[in-house]
Design a protein around this ligand. Structure first.
Ligand code: LLP
Length: 430
């Protein structure tokens, strides 16, 4: 459940009217609800209380320092995939000793940085990489903690760009080869210490079955590795899906009561705990989207409208550089006017941005109230892979970010200035 709802005819985040935020900081602006994030963290904690489970928040979903700080203060660890993410976590007060470092192409400087920072574990994705970390650790006079990402070859039934656990994907090591690889690490790579095993089958999974299938498939290997190598953890990855279509209504309990099929933290935990508990080791969870996705909206303003022969367009001041999900994955995000319109009066329109690309839309053929130029809109479910995937394409400054806490709000990222847009560029001969 999230805390975005209409109150007195205007869309609010917790107790704050979104139009007040737009007035203070302009648009486009990402607005996060602290209460939503904290409640979801609590839900994870309670749902998994029966086992030794820990959260490693997937930083790639949302890497703003204020959000990372919130997670760190609640004792979370972090799933990182670059030296840059590790740096951000440390800057926000996160503990490197609670960081797992995944990714298929870690570079030598990144590996050195992670070893010297004392991360909890490398999550390795190829034999090549393991040998490289072994070599670097030896040079540094160190022993690097490692786990390998096993690819269980389970279809996650999600978009093809975010399926990761089949043997068609670049991620991990095939399940058929994992045992011989661990034997090689143990016998040949003397500067590595086997600490655990990891898997992640995909993102935005809307049912628990693929998770159950993957856990059932890999659990016997985990048990053998515990016996043989004394591994202390199994990370089962992230991937719990959120509500995109129906997002606004899902802020109410009644919506959940009438959608029992929707995956929840509880149903995920309930299905997996019986399979995980007998293993008797630390379980890491790597949620990204589930912790922040429904906890934010992107505030944008409609600036023009145009009626063509075939379509009506509403032009907004946010583009695919701000949220790329519709263009890249045909991602669906609900769009609601901040000022509440009377129920029932809808038109069909495309909501498009200022970028010079036909792919620059946030919604196509969407039923929505007939919003007029000047009106504020909120694009829902924008907290995960929203700002973190944004870019400067078309020389558009990055959006602002705001964190709401009850009836107050604070800026957690200033809107980028034109000066900072070019601050790393070098003009020859000047
Ligand atoms: N762990 C690993 C190893 C991952 O690769 C990912 C996401 C996660 C955890 C977190 O998954 P989550 O709980 O957020 O589903 N940009 C795409 C999603 C890419 C996900 C990449 N890996 C999107 O906007 O849908």
């Amino acid at each position: 459940m999230h805390h975005f709802a209409y109150k007195n005819g205007s869309l609010h985040c917790e107790e704050v009217n979104l139009s007040d935020i737009a007035e203070a900081y302009g648009t486009p602006t990402f607005v996060y609800s602290k209460r939503t994030i904290l409640e979801d963290l609590d839900e994870f904690k309670h749902a998994f209380a029966a086992i030794d489970a820990h959260i490693a928040f997937a930083v790639k979903a949302c890497s703003n320092g204020a959000i990372l700080q919130l997670m760190a203060q609640r004792g979370c660890g972090f799933d990182i995939v670059s030296g840059g993410e590790l740096w951000r976590v440390i800057r926000a007060g996160g503990n490197p000793a609670l960081c797992t470092y995944a990714g298929v192409a870690k570079t030598e400087p990144e590996i050195r940085y992670a070893i010297s920072s004392g991360i909890y574990c490398f999550i390795c994705e190829s034999e090549n990489e393991l040998r490289e970390i072994d070599r670097i650790a030896a040079e540094m006079g160190s022993v690097a903690p490692v786990a390998v990402r096993v690819n269980p070859n389970v279809d996650a039934h999600t978009h093809k760009y975010i399926t990761t656990g089949t043997n068609e994907n670049k991620f991990g090591i095939d399940i058929s080869r994992i045992e011989s690889l661990y034997a090689d690490i143990a016998t040949q790579m003397h500067h590595l210490r086997i600490r655990g095993l990891q898997m992640h089958i995909g993102s935005q999974l809307t049912e628990v079955t693929p998770f159950v299938m993957a856990v059932e498939k890999v659990a016997p290997i985990v048990a053998r590795f515990k016996e043989t190598y004394g591994i202390e953890f199994w990370s089962i990855g992230g991937g719990i899906g959120i509500v995109y279509d129906g997002c606004l209504d899902s802020g109410k309990k009644e919506w959940w009561d009438s959608h029992p099929e929707q995956i929840t933290i509880k149903s995920y935990a309930k299905a997996l705990i019986p399979l995980l508990k007998p293993l008797g080791l630390r379980i890491l969870l790597e949620p990204g989207r589930r912790l922040v996705g429904n906890a934010a909206v992107m505030l944008t303003r409609c600036i023009y409208e145009k009626k063509g022969e075939a379509k009506t367009f509403k032009m907004i001041d946010a583009g695919m550089n701000d949220i790329i999900r519709p263009a890249l994955y045909e991602g669906f995000h609900e769009i609601h006017p901040v000022r509440e319109h009377p129920a029932g009066e809808l038109i069909v329109a495309d909501v498009v941005g200022p970028i010079c690309e036909s792919g620059d839309f946030q919604a196509q053929n969407r039923s929505l109230p007939d919003v007029k130029p000047g009106e504020l809109l909120a694009e829902m479910s924008a907290g995960a892979y929203g700002f973190s995937m944004s870019s400067n394409y078309n020389s558009r400054p990055l959006a602002a970010e705001v964190l709401v806490d009850g009836s107050s709000f604070s800026l957690i990222r200033r809107r980028q200035t034109l000066e900072s847009l070019v601050s790393d560029e070098v003009l020859p001969n000047s």
